[in-house]
Write a protein that binds this ligand. Structure first.
Ligand SMILES: [Zn+2]
Length: 418
């Protein structure tokens, strides 16, 4: 039996009522702020489930999701990702207890599988005729995969600049992928489809943005539950999550809040938003915590999170946990991607390694104590966009099988002497 209670506005507590849950709170909208809804739970007497309770994947924690008892999970192996301690990189960055939650181990190699699994489960239960989404790739691939597994059509709106690898992945998983001239245009056509055809939205389409389907966001709560268990039933001090519209940041924060409410931890970790153009950091510093728009470049290697505008839910996760937001330049990000790969054997997507750049900055600022446990959520694999990495790597040299040529090639291409 789920502990789910109701759905309310994150900012003002206004209950959902008969309104559309994916359009955000009308009361806050009338005040000039677009704010997402969130689910609430009655956790009196609640406990984490045993390790094997017969439910698939992340649905072991289904009591902490807004699922009716008769909902059948659409699961293809999401969740239960490893928590890895990075000693070599941690030493380099001055963080003694640095961990990564490697979410690239999910079925479509990103943590979006968690949200989309839950959204598609809801779509199936609610008898929605199709699933739709606006995405630059990871989120779309996850929506496509879970829709395919559920036997539901999936229509994805994207922008032409998205790497071909992403487009191929989404199409290969059975989705109809359609491009629009601008990112905003995706939302315009998606809104029409949701209203006209009753398609289930797996992402948001409001402008300014509010975040995704509030039911799906709870798919990120198990990241906190799993991490807690993997740390030996202990909490973390800082948890860093890449932030765009902050579904993952807010959902993970909700999981930690549940753990505190149930008495498993004394305090919620400081949630850290890793971003590109600093909309959360700036909103908290200069705009009373209200979302605002920042200037952007044409393109970023961290395109999965490169938004100009923060959402209320992202700001709330940072503010509510007394956390931080830090941004990364493309150069800092690519350096960290190669450092992570060469020191730890993990090839993470550029947007994912912004978490490690943010952690390194906080360490330099003295905001991480010597005993603090820092968990960076690596949200996707570098193989989703190898083109960005290729640009900062040397061409692979070809040689004759002679030692002199090998010596020269190792030296020239890699700076290695033998
Ligand atoms: Zn409100």
């Amino acid at each position: 039996m789920s502990y789910f209670k109701d759905v309310r506005c994150i900012r003002c507590g206004h209950p959902l009522g008969d309104g559309a849950f994916f359009e955000g709170c009308p009361v806050c909208h009338a005040q000039g702020i677009n704010v997402n809804y969130t689910t609430t739970y009655d956790l009196k007497g609640a406990k984490l489930p045993p390790r094997d309770n017969g439910q698939p994947g992340m649905y072991r924690f289904r009591e902490f999701m807004p699922l009716p008892d008769d909902a059948v999970p659409v699961s293809i192996g999401e969740g239960n990702t490893p928590l890895l301690k990075l000693n070599r990189l941690g030493e380099k960055l001055g963080i003694a207890n640095l961990y990564v939650k490697d979410e690239a181990r999910n079925p479509t190699l990103s943590y979006k599988d968690r949200l989309c699994s839950l959204v598609v489960t809801k779509a199936l239960h609610d008898k929605a005729p199709a699933v739709t989404i606006s995405s630059t790739g990871n989120h779309g691939a996850a929506a496509a995969a879970y829709s395919a597994a559920a036997g539901l059509p999936c229509v994805i709106f994207t922008v032409p600049e998205v790497p071909q690898t992403m487009k191929t992945l989404m199409q290969a998983l059975g989705a109809c992928v359609i491009g629009t001239p601008t990112a905003h245009d995706r939302w315009v056509i998606m809104e029409k489809c949701v209203r006209e055809f009753g398609w289930m939205p797996a992402s948001g389409f409001m402008a300014p943005p509010i975040g995704s389907n509030c039911y799906g966001i709870d798919g990120y709560k198990p990241i906190a539950f799993e991490t807690f268990e993997q740390l030996g039933n202990k909490g973390a001090d800082l948890v860093v999550v890449p932030a765009c519209y902050s579904d993952g940041l807010y959902g993970t924060y909700k999981g930690w809040c549940d753990l505190k409410e149930m008495g498993y931890i004394e305090k919620v970790p400081k949630m850290v938003a890793a971003e590109v153009y600093a909309p959360i950091e700036t909103a908290l510093a200069k705009n009373d915590g209200k979302p605002l728009s920042m200037p952007t470049n044409d393109w970023s290697v961290s395109f999965s999170i490169a938004t100009s505008t923060a959402t209320w839910q992202g700001i709330e996760a940072v503010r509510g946990s007394d956390g931080y937001a830090r941004s990364s330049s493309d150069e800092e990000t690519m350096q960290m991607q190669l450092l992570l790969g060469s020191l730890e054997g993990i090839y993470a997507e550029a947007s994912s390694v912004t978490t490690l750049v943010a952690a390194a900055k906080l360490a330099k600022e003295g905001k991480i104590g010597p005993d603090d446990k820092v968990v960076a959520v690596l949200t996707s694999t570098g193989l989703k966009d190898p083109g960005s990495t290729q640009k900062v790597l040397p061409a692979v040299p070809t040689i004759q099988p002679e030692m002199d040529e090998l010596r020269a090639a190792l030296k020239d291409a890699y700076g290695v002497s033998i």
